[in-house]
Design a protein around this ligand. Structure first.
Ligand code: MG
Length: 331
């Protein structure tokens, strides 16, 4: 999520670039979370890239170590959304001139810990000193041995599912900015951690690949990313706000808001949750619930795919209204 957004936006830029420069089948029309190379023995090499900058994707005073971990994790989240397992990454860093050595050592240490945790290895990159705030771009490579998860493929009648909890990212940003101050310190710490150190749903992505119709990771907000799935399928995703899963911390925040519908929509529109959103036919419910149990990650049905287009809010697959907020676009 960016502190500033320009509605002309990233999506139009990608669409025009896709039309001109990315015609190779490996680019998947720039319409998915990554690109793919078919290696020949049935394996697929999935490539994703993401860039973060202090003051844009993180607080201006955020530590380079924290921003680097988030960059690693947002890339891992894109791999999860493709149903791939991480293998290698390249990192390109621009350090503001005069950065002290301790910050660089902190970053190396933090990335080493995350590398170990997520079983991914650095294989190259570049480092420069520059006049911009701290910036890191990561390109990550992962393997998919089964079918790829794609954004297109939602079918009328599908259930819509989401992992984990929604809205923690936007509240965590507000805590970091000092705009939200939860009564409980534990809530503040939890929300901030969810914003700064997202948890890529890698185990889930791999297990969903052979089972569900489509998936995306929630980076721009539940509503915006649901819109991507809807557009790719030329169908409507009808989301039930009452069923959207919230953390205790988000629920505590919601309880203090006067406008409940507006507050709920804010959680659904906010970015940086890095949960997986996917659709699957009704007959797969038991299998989806088994995956949830096997990997110890809550999965919740939050609506259904219906005829139409875009995203609607409603109950029982009956659309009531358009969401008022549509998430964040980049620059
Ligand atoms: Mg993504």
């Amino acid at each position: 999520m960016e502190f500033d957004s320009n509605s002309a936006g990233e999506f139009a830029f990608i669409a025009s670039l896709a039309a001109k420069a990315a015609k190779a089948p490996e680019a998947l029309g720039l319409a998915d979370d990554g690109a793919v190379l078919w290696i020949g023995d049935g394996r697929k090499l999935v490539l994703v890239a993401d860039m973060l900058q202090a003051g844009i994707h993180a607080m201006p005073n955020a530590s380079p170590a924290q921003i680097a971990c988030k960059a690693l994790r947002t890339n891992l989240s894109d791999l999860a959304a493709m149903g791939a397992e991480p293998a290698f990454y390249l990192s390109t860093i621009c350090w503001p001139k005069g950065t002290d050595e301790a910050q660089k050592q902190d970053l190396i240490q933090a990335l080493a810990e995350d590398q170990k945790r997520f079983d991914v290895v650095l294989i190259g990159g570049d480092t420069i000193g520059g006049s911009t705030p701290f910036t890191i771009s990561i390109t990550m490579l992962g393997w998919a041995s089964g079918p790829l998860l794609r954004r297109a493929g939602a079918q009328i009648g599908d259930d819509i599912w989401v992992s984990g909890t929604i809205g923690d990212g936007v509240l965590g940003l507000e805590v970091a900015q000092g705009k939200a101050s939860p009564a409980e310190d534990t809530d503040a710490r939890f929300l901030r951690k969810r914003y700064e150190y997202p948890e890529p749903r890698l185990a889930l992505g791999v297990k969903l690949a052979a089972l569900v119709h489509c998936a995306i990771d929630i980076s721009d907000g539940l509503i915006a990313d649901a819109t991507h799935l809807a557009n790719a399928a030329e169908a409507c995703l009808c989301l039930d706000p009452d069923r959207v899963p919230l953390s205790d911390a988000a629920r505590h925040w919601l309880e203090t808001e006067a406008d409940q519908d507006g507050a709920m929509e804010k959680l659904m529109a906010g970015g940086d949750d890095y949960e997986l959103l996917f659709t699957a036919p009704e007959e797969k419910r038991t299998q989806v619930q088994k995956i949830s149990k096997d990997i110890g990650l809550p999965l919740r049905r939050i609506g259904g795919v219906i005829k139409g287009q875009g995203v609607r809010l409603g109950r029982g697959g009956i659309p009531v209204r358009k969401p008022g907020k549509t998430g964040f676009t980049h620059f």
